[in-house]
Design a protein around this ligand. Structure first.
Ligand code: SF4
Length: 299
């Protein structure tokens, strides 16, 4: 195999996955500029110049290993060219500069970990929980999301390529993306402030926090800053944020707001006392404008 590649090289492998992160990545809007900077040496869904067996038996070095899907040591679950997923990761991780977990399954185990009662699947890194494959390995960068936003991945790759400083949070997520909350930039903030909830999915009016289970105020991601397909987001379209970038995703009853003594969860980093006081005050006023339809249909 020729090991001369003028661009930064990527090997993309999959564990237990639905392919969602790949498909989201394929929707990246500037694929031409991506291809000017990076060469995908291998991806299970793309036709590339090399097959996986050639790569695994070579000693070539690559820049980035992207892992999609939940990790497992069990060969019955994942067998690629006779290699278990553990052997695959072991083989490739020593020959790259960075390992990037694309998606919540690769990062924290995600849906597969949740369904797995015998504990044989998980993420590469599981924070404080047991079961992470590499606890706080300095080469690992987590880009959770179900699925990832293509820009979360490509912007991270560009930062690495340009050798700029990449700051990570406690779960090894890039701070540039995951310092924001989904709540930031949501068009429903005014309804949140005045505690006016939406009654149905898909409506333009109302906040989805109090009755529909929205996790926007406690979920780290910039979904409402950079938007999806550069057009919209879940909460803008009238569907609650499900908190898919957090290590505890998926929780049960995702479309319900859990309450304690009829009070909903408190947004991240706000004291209960402050939050309930403000809530009480806001609820004691009626804001007629916010009770009306944004766009009145007149006959
Ligand atoms: S819908 Fe969710 S993200 Fe939007 S304002 Fe309400 S709680 Fe925040």
């Amino acid at each position: 195999m020729s090991n001369f590649h003028p661009k930064k090289t990527i090997v993309w492998i999959q564990g237990i996955t639905c392919n969602g992160d790949s498909h989201s990545f394929f929707n990246y809007s500037s694929m031409k500029s991506f291809a000017n900077n990076f060469e995908i040496i291998y991806h299970p869904l793309l036709l590339t110049d090399y097959n996986l067996e050639e790569i695994l038996t070579s000693r070539d070095k690559y820049d980035y290993l992207i892992i999609e899907g939940s990790f497992t040591k069990v060969r019955d679950y994942v067998d690629r060219c006779g290699y278990s997923f553990e052997e695959l990761v072991e083989n490739l991780s020593k020959r790259v500069d960075y390992i990037i977990c694309a998606g919540t399954c690769a990062s924290f185990g995600g849906i597969f970990r949740e369904r797995d009662k015998i504990n044989i699947t998980g993420g590469l890194f599981s924070g404080d929980k047991e079961g992470g494959y590499w606890s706080k390995n300095k080469k690992v960068i987590n880009i959770p999301g179900c699925p990832i936003h293509p820009r979360w991945l490509v912007d991270t790759l560009l930062i690495l390529k340009d050798e700029k400083k990449l700051l990570l949070d406690e779960f090894l997520r890039p701070k540039e993306v995951f310092s924001y909350f989904v709540h930031h930039g949501c068009l429903r903030n005014e309804y949140f402030e005045w505690k006016i909830d939406t009654k149905n999915f898909g409506e333009k009016e109302g906040c989805l926090f109090y009755e529909q289970g929205c996790r926007g105020p406690m979920t780290h991601a910039n979904c409402n800053k950079i938007l999806w397909n550069e057009v919209s987001s879940k909460t803008r379209a009238g569907s609650p944020c499900l908190g898919c970038t957090e290590p505890d995703f998926p929780r049960t009853s995702v479309y319900e707001t859990k309450t304690r003594m009829s009070l909903p969860a408190v947004p991240y980093g706000i004291s209960k006392r402050a939050y309930y006081t403000v809530t009480g005050v806001a609820k004691s006023f009626r804001v007629d404008r916010l009770e009306q339809k944004l766009i009145e249909e007149k006959r």
